[in-house]
Unconditional design. Structure first.
Lengths: 105, 189
């Protein structure tokens, strides 16, 4: 199963990005083979529609769960129809590697 | 008979269940609690935190624009009253539904939803803890541990005893035999 995590940088020590649509990087973590993929977000600085575009990016990689700080209002209904689970971690300074460690346990 | 209220849609459950005042001049004698309904919390969140205008907020909550404005002004009035009179705010109740099933984990403090309604959630998807809370159940029927209370109110003069009603402090109850105010049993006054 693949899980998307929003990240502020392109390494494992970077922190979880609190925004979903305008995060710096998406980390796609595969629980089956523990593979990692960093995808830079092309919609980081757009003024509108960053959320749905980000959903397209992660949905094209068959992600089943998304971990982020906050999700915008356009996204929730979209992800519900795609059967993708949202996980919100508010006000945290956990790094990507710490979150992956939590997922393994 | 009037038409029934349209259910208000809530998209974000509140992170906390209330606020408590502090300071010396708290009006502690009367039952000083204000119940802020979830729909009022949501209206306040949409209008003042997400900075939406009333029309967009009303679309988010699935009600008409005048209704949203009424809910919003009620929320403002309640919060102002709590601030001015130093009352406690408890966020609960209201005619609402959640746009999807929301859960919160008590161990890693994350929020998550359940996109496939057929499957039941058995553990937190992040840390695997089984210590999580379903918001829908938590807000629509209060937790059993909260409503069940084995304490007894007793009359200090004649010893009349009655079980404590949840949410009604003993000092507000009056003894049916001698008319005195009751006190909580086992707590010295």
């Amino acid at each position: 199963m693949k899980i998307a995590i929003t990240s502020t940088g392109n390494n494992l020590e970077s922190k979880l990005d609190q925004r979903f649509g305008r995060c710096s990087y998406f980390v796609i973590y595969d629980t089956d083979n523990e593979g990692l993929e960093f995808i830079p977000n092309p919609n980081k600085d757009v003024s509108e529609g960053a959320g749905p575009a980000a959903v397209q990016i992660v949905a094209s990689r068959n992600v089943r769960k998304i971990i982020s700080g906050e999700f915008g209002m356009k996204i929730k209904s979209l992800l519900d129809s795609l059967q993708i689970q949202l996980i919100m971690l508010k006000d945290t300074d956990k790094s990507v590697s710490e979150i992956i460690q939590m997922l393994k346990n | 008979m009037s038409r029934q209220f349209r259910l208000r849609r809530i998209s974000n459950p509140p992170a906390i269940t209330g606020f408590k005042p502090y300071g010396n001049n708290i009006n502690g004698n009367k039952s000083s609690v204000i119940f802020l309904h979830l729909e009022e919390y949501e209206a306040l969140r949409l209008c003042d935190f997400e900075m939406l205008d009333h029309w967009h907020a009303s679309q988010m909550m699935g009600v008409s624009r005048p209704t949203l404005t009424r809910i919003y002004s009620k929320a403002r009035k309640k919060i102002a009253e709590a601030f001015v009179l130093g009352k406690q705010i408890i966020i609960e109740g209201g005619k609402i539904y959640f746009d999807s099933d929301w859960f919160s984990c008590k161990d890693c403090f994350c929020f998550f939803n359940n996109p496939s309604k057929q499957q039941e959630i058995k553990e937190c998807p992040l840390c695997g803890s089984i210590n999580f809370l379903n918001y829908q159940q938590a807000f629509q029927e209060p937790e059993e541990s909260l409503t069940r209370c084995n304490d007894v109110c007793v009359c200090p003069t004649c010893g009349f005893e009655t079980p404590l009603k949840f949410g009604c402090p003993c000092k507000d109850e009056i003894c049916s035999h001698c008319g005195n105010h009751l006190i909580r049993k086992g707590i010295p006054y």
